[in-house]
Design a protein around this ligand. Structure first.
Ligand SMILES: [Zn+2]
Length: 285
């Protein structure tokens, strides 16, 4: 589905740049698409977790809609897309964890190389969040990783698991390495990580830069989401934490939708409409 959508967007909009930033453990493409000024870009990345594929739909739909307005030089919800993007480009990674999504939707057999491990650690792959070898990608970034690992162990997560196992060491997984290399190379002005669910925004991590707090407040105001402080186990190890802590770049996490993961596909369109204005306006900080 994703490969087809990416190719379709590229065909329709020759000004779009698309490429793989890397491959998952099972050699699925991790795509990145960009539009506008590539010297100064914002990053939106989604679907770090298997059950949260609604964010892939949201990011691809948003990117495509943005391209239509960029091409036609028309306004989107009152925003001048062409002038925004000419100044500040946008890169979108619709799916950081393609294997995890396949496992959640189609079961362990979609990752044959890891089928035995997946069957062993996950009795119900319908709740699978990790990558193919049971590492939670959003616990694998090098930001407070060790403390998070102790917390995981204290909660009984000692090895590969459907959720919340941080891996043997930070950046042990090809998916997190791909994102790390991309960010170091591109020096994004700010980043938003899209998860589900809760209609919440998280902007805090240790010495949170004021710009992260401002960005979080802006997104929350425009989408009518709430600003929250993470629970202990959700602190550290995450992409947003690493962007703030290591790259010293403003970043937030957005939890789209409300209900129980995986959110039903029927939630996609109304939720996308609800946050669209925030998506456009948060390209600029
Ligand atoms: Zn998540």
């Amino acid at each position: 589905m994703q490969n087809f959508a990416v190719k379709n967007i590229c065909k329709k909009f020759p000004f779009v740049k698309a490429g793989e930033i890397g491959k998952s453990l099972c050699k699925r493409s991790i795509w990145a698409l960009s539009v506008g000024n590539r010297k100064n870009m914002t990053l939106y990345a989604g679907t770090f977790h298997g059950m949260e594929w609604i964010n892939t739909l949201i990011l691809l739909s948003f990117f495509e809609e943005l391209c239509i307005h960029y091409k036609n030089r028309s306004a989107l919800l009152g925003c001048d897309v062409f002038s925004i993007l000419s100044n500040q480009g946008l890169m979108v990674i619709p799916c950081v964890n393609p294997d995890g999504v396949e496992i959640q939707i189609n079961g362990a057999s979609s990752c044959p190389q890891f089928e035995r491990l997946i069957d062993k650690v996950g009795d119900n792959t319908k709740h699978w969040q990790s990558n193919a070898r049971g590492v939670d990608l959003n616990h694998n970034f090098n930001a407070g990783w060790k403390q998070l690992r102790y917390l995981e162990i204290s909660q009984g997560i000692k090895g590969p698991a459907p959720t919340r196992y941080g891996g043997k060491y930070p950046f042990s997984e090809p998916e997190t390495i791909a994102l790390k290399n991309l960010c170091i190379k591109n020096k994004f002005s700010h980043a938003i990580a899209f998860h589900s669910q809760g209609r919440e925004v998280y902007s805090a991590y240790r010495n949170t830069p004021q710009k992260s707090i401002d960005l979080g407040n802006k997104f929350a105001r425009l989408a009518e989401y709430k600003v929250s402080e993470p629970e202990e186990i959700a602190t550290g190890g995450g992409f947003k934490d690493w962007v703030i802590g290591y790259l010293k770049t403003p970043a937030i996490t957005v939890e789209t939708g409300l209900g129980k993961n995986p959110l039903p596909i029927g939630d996609f369109q109304p939720e996308y409409n609800r946050i669209k204005k925030a998506l456009v306006e948060c390209i600029i900080i």
